[in-house]
Design a protein around this ligand. Structure first.
Ligand code: TXA
Ligand code: MG
Length: 361
């Protein structure tokens, strides 16, 4: 167990002394948690295998799950990757710094541990001021997965990081809640055509507007499970409670959730409902008695009218619901295209296959 220090930093004008301390720690092989615009990252010197091993130990992450390497600007790509296909360069020039990760052919200088033995490396230039200042000061590529214990939801606040990693990391830079709340979009450029491996903060439509060749992973959108690509695990972002995802027209879904809450509580379960705030208002009269009897807990995550806020709040809401000790979570989704695609992907993974598609009745 190591002593974890938390340093508060201003998200727009971080104190250079704090950034310098974090940069020195990274260069010395220590573990530093820092905010990005998506979620908090658990950083280590990407070219130092011993430091990188520390990430896997702290997270209890399996060694076959590769890490994303963070760089300060597109000019650093050649420290880690062998060239950039034209499409990747185009996306990098337009969307970096930002919530985009690109998979490219790796250079031997990147330890195999970082890429789980794959011949490719995932690279990203984050836009958060604190992350940028840290990378500029450190001058090294930084390997950083989300700063949660393996299979817990990604952290969007320093408090979430402490829940999972207190005593396991050296330093946490706390700059308040992150903006996007869902992890970066991952596009794989080692295959032709390039494939969207993980939907995220940047939409497929935004990407295709510049590089139309980018396609969805096979199986995606066809109702089947996406093909398992290296480093893509289905069970991820999982709460302790068993979560089921409900999709379909709002009114029909609300009626079904109300009915399922009644039968689950009658069967002795303590039930949590994760839903857009307007759906919770609609459900309130149906569940009032059970909620006051402590059988039902409700936590909103944003609104159907503001999907970006929903993304920002999702993981904090899952953690809050889990903390109430419910054993079942019924989650109401908000569609699966455009901005909702990433939200749907994370809920579907949390549901581990338990997706109920309700048709109008
Ligand atoms: O927004 C983000 O991307 C955050 C912040 C901290 O930057 N990071 C993040 O990292 O979400 P992580 O470790 O939670 O997710 C990394 C995922 C892996 O699980 C894997 O799916 C994919 O990136 N990945 C990394 N390298 C890969 C590679 N060479 N080939 C295929 N997939 C790769
Ligand atoms: Mg993660």
């Amino acid at each position: 167990m190591i002593k974890t220090r938390v340093i508060q930093v201003d998200r727009d004008r971080p104190d250079p002394a704090a950034i310098d301390e974090a940069a020195q720690a990274l260069k010395a092989g220590k573990l530093v948690v820092f905010p990005t615009e998506t979620v908090y990252g658990l950083g280590a010197h990407a070219l130092d295998s011993v430091a990188v091993q520390g990430i896997f130990d702290a997270k209890e992450r399996p060694a076959n799950d590769p890490l994303i390497v963070h760089i300060a600007h597109i000019g650093q790509v050649n420290q880690c990757a062998v060239g950039m296909p034209a499409g990747a360069r185009k996306l990098g020039l337009s969307f970096w710094a930002g919530p985009l990760t690109m998979i490219l052919a790796k250079k031997p200088s990147v330890p195999d541990l970082v890429t789980a033995g794959l011949p490719s490396v995932a690279l990203r230039v984050p836009s958060h001021r604190v992350a940028r200042a840290l990378m500029e000061m450190a001058g090294i590529p930084i390997a950083a997965p989300s700063a949660n214990r393996f299979s817990r939801p990604s952290p969007t606040t320093a408090a979430h990081v402490l829940e999972d990693l207190d005593g396991r990391v050296d330093l946490i830079l706390d700059a308040g809640p992150t903006d996007i709340g869902l992890e970066s979009t991952i596009v794989d450029f080692t295959v032709d055509p390039p494939v969207l491996r993980r939907p995220g903060g940047l939409t497929l439509e935004q990407i295709q507007s510049l590089v139309p060749a980018v396609v969805l992973q096979t199986g995606e959108g066809s109702g089947e499970d996406p093909q398992v690509a290296p480093g893509q695990m289905t069970r991820h972002y999982a709460p302790k409670a068993e979560l089921s995802l409900y999709e379909g027209p709002a009114e029909a879904v609300i009626r079904r959730v109300a009915a399922d809450v009644r039968s689950a509580t009658a069967a002795g379960h303590r039930v949590g409902i994760l839903a857009p705030e307007e759906d919770l208002s609609a459900l309130a009269p149906e569940i009032a008695g059970r909620a006051s009897a402590g059988r039902v807990e409700t936590v909103p995550y944003g609104s159907r009218r503001d999907l970006e806020r929903s993304g920002r709040e999702l993981y904090a809401s899952i953690r809050a619901l889990d903390a109430t000790g419910v054993d079942r979570i019924l989650a109401i989704g908000m569609g699966s295209e455009g901005v909702a695609r990433a939200l749907h992907d994370r809920l579907k993974r949390a549901a581990d296959g338990r997706v109920r598609t309700i048709v109008q009745d």
